[in-house]
Design a protein around this ligand. Structure first.
Ligand code: ATR
Length: 290
């Protein structure tokens, strides 16, 4: 049972909807394990209230908060400082409040990279990566992969213009790496699958249990790693198929834990107990998947 004092540090998450968020579960587990006098709460903030909510959090002296849909982009202009990667991505998911100054970070980006390295032993430097999607989740993955020196990045999207825009924007910033855009409708991208070292699903396909059918895995080379940013209450169909084929694969639940651990470190200046957030998310999965 948690007990609070006048010194209890308050953290939380803002989003709409928020009741489904798993962040309070894993953050409070890590706070308890570290013996911190702190708590982490969900705040339901509709878009029209974002400005007053952020000023309210500042006025209340909240110590830090996560930001989830639909506020990750809109919050940038309301912060006092935004770190370089979050600026490049155009999205903030973690805010640290220091003497009522609000500092924005993107731990989806750092968490994705850490999950790739720690859970899948994948090091992006010099590698070929094929990404499905060209939305906000793709931007975070792209910055993580470009910063860690991935060599070829192939963006495959239903709307080709969005992938082209993204490729052009980042190609100018990272001229030594190759970024190209491909249409999902034109199946020539399938030839790239056999040359990919890493395949990432950044689309929302899979949220309703459906498979990422546009990604056949029969011809991928052995050792190709699959990352699905989607998570559901059971293992996603795409990850299930990849694992059945003997490929190393992880889904968005690992990334959720990794971004949470990185936020925890930014706020508390200590590491969360290793594996604890992941463990609480997998326990949630076990109790809700029946
Ligand atoms: P997020 O911020 O989570 O990335 P988003 O910006 O809405 O969300 O992007 C969703 C991505 O999933 C987009 O790349 C979208 O493709 P389009 O840009 O062509 O719309 C992709 N997506 C969503 N549903 C899809 C589907 N049924 N098939 C293929 N791609 C899909």
């Amino acid at each position: 049972m948690m007990s609070f004092t006048g010194q209890t540090q308050i953290y939380g998450i803002i989003g709409d909807p928020i009741s489904h968020s798993l962040s309070p579960l894993m953050q409070n587990a890590a706070i308890a394990a570290a013996g911190l006098d702190a708590c982490y709460l969900p705040f339901h903030v509709p878009s029209a209230q974002l400005g007053v909510a952020v000023e309210g959090l500042r006025a209340l002296g909240i110590d830090g908060f996560n930001v989830t849909l639909p506020h990750k982009q809109q919050i940038l202009s309301r912060l006092d400082w935004v770190d370089e990667n979050a600026t490049l991505i155009g999205a903030v998911n973690t805010v640290v409040c220091r003497q009522r100054c609000l500092h924005g970070y993107n731990t989806d980006c750092s968490g994705f990279l850490r999950a790739l390295r720690e859970d899948l032993q994948f090091e992006p430097a010099g590698r070929n990566v094929l990404l499905f999607g060209a939305g906000g989740a793709c931007r975070a993955a792209l910055v993580a992969l470009l910063r860690s020196q991935a060599q070829n990045l192939w963006l495959v999207n239903r709307r080709l213009d969005k992938a082209q825009g993204l490729a052009q924007e980042f190609q100018e910033l990272f001229p030594d790496q190759q970024i190209s855009a491909h249409s999902l409708q034109d199946t020539t991208y399938r030839q790239l699958l056999s040359q990919a070292d890493l395949i990432v699903n950044t689309t929302s396909v899979g949220l309703r249990g459906e498979d990422l059918e546009c990604c056949p895995l029969e011809r991928v080379k052995a050792g190709t790693v699959v990352y699905d940013m989607v998570y559901t209450v059971v293992e996603t169909a795409f990850v299930h198929r990849a694992r059945r084929q003997g490929l190393s694969a992880a889904d968005g639940l690992n990334m959720l834990a990794a971004q949470g651990e990185d936020a925890f470190f930014l706020w508390h200046d200590i590491l969360a107990e290793k594996g604890l957030m992941k463990k609480s998310l997998h326990a949630w999965r076990r109790t809700h998947s029946h």
